[in-house]
Design a protein around this ligand. Structure first.
Ligand code: IPD
Ligand code: CA
Ligand code: CA
Ligand code: CA
Length: 266
């Protein structure tokens, strides 16, 4: 009988090592001089740090698991018929990084047979390493974390994000943002989807929502939120999968009211 991959200590050790290696590269470049180029639009940036962090991550993974499937933002799919897939964002929060704002991270999720089994998010600038293993809880620097216990929607602290190019949505994200602002309710835009998710997992935020995400933005973070006792769905309330574009993550207690708000039912 096949041993589940999440029980394979080598897989976990490789994930931790690869995530740390990516974070080390980000630290080397941060606030220094590096090449910046645009992708889909003038402010959709990619830097030398994104690319070199990705290279460093790949080399750790390939050293131990040369056959695994890899999906990574800057290189796309490295297809294989392996049942293990690494979903990598070598630098989440590139715009922050390019402006010297230390809210950025490496994010790596590991999927086995279509199910996320491991996730790691590392912000080297705040020295915060988030990790979750399916069924084993979520951790920040080896300390168990849990989502908040806030039950009142109107006192909850929200975070959201916006895509580089205005993607598809059912109800205007600007109107939802405006709703919170006019209510006088705290709503933040940090600029890193992976950190937004991890900060829901620690209870700093009570809820996060965003449309037009890519698999690598949330692959690790969504498992971290779930393992911290939170709930992650799409805008309709279906359990989240990295292959869909909308995401709502909460402590579970304000999930239904947030779904309504995101869909324009105030
Ligand atoms: C972006 C960040 C941002 C989110 C964007 C993402 P990148 O990822 O996560 O918070 O709002 O939708 O594309 O490009 O910095 O890896
Ligand atoms: Ca990203
Ligand atoms: Ca990225
Ligand atoms: Ca990007």
């Amino acid at each position: 009988k096949k041993i589940p991959a999440y029980l394979c200590p080598m897989l976990k050790a490789t994930l931790l090592k690869a995530t740390k290696a990516g974070g080390d590269v980000l630290q080397q470049y941060f606030n220094g001089s590096f090449e910046v180029t645009s992708k889909s639009s003038v402010n959709d940036l990619v830097t030398e740090a994104d690319k070199n962090a990705e290279t460093a991550i790949f080399s750790v993974i390939r050293e131990h698991f040369p056959q695994h499937f890899i999906l990574s933002e800057e290189s796309g799919e490295l297809v294989s018929d392996s049942n293990v897939k690494w979903i990598i964002d070598p630098l989440d929060g590139t715009v922050n990084f390019a402006h010297g704002i230390p809210i950025c991270c490496v994010s790596i999720g590991v999927e086995q047979d279509g199910e996320m089994i491991l996730g790691a998010v590392y912000n080297p600038f705040l020295n915060e390493f988030f990790f979750a293993e399916k069924g084993q809880g979520a951790y920040l620097n080896d300390k168990r974390i849990r989502v908040s216990a806030k039950t009142e929607m109107n006192k909850a602290c929200m975070v959201t994000g916006f895509p580089y190019t205005w993607g598809e949505y059912t109800h205007s994200p600007i109107e939802v943002f405006e709703y919170f602002v006019k209510q006088g309710q705290p709503v933040r835009r940090l600029g890193s989807a992976a950190i937004d998710l991890c900060w829901v997992a620690t209870g700093r935020f009570d809820g996060y929502y965003e449309h037009s995400l890519n698999a690598w933005d949330a692959a690790a973070g969504f498992l971290i939120v779930e393992e911290a006792g939170g709930k992650v769905t799409d805008f309709k309330g279906n359990r989240y999968s990295p292959y869909q574009r909308t995401l709502i993550a909460t402590n579970g207690l304000i999930h239904e009211p947030l779904i309504d708000i995101v869909n324009g039912k105030y």
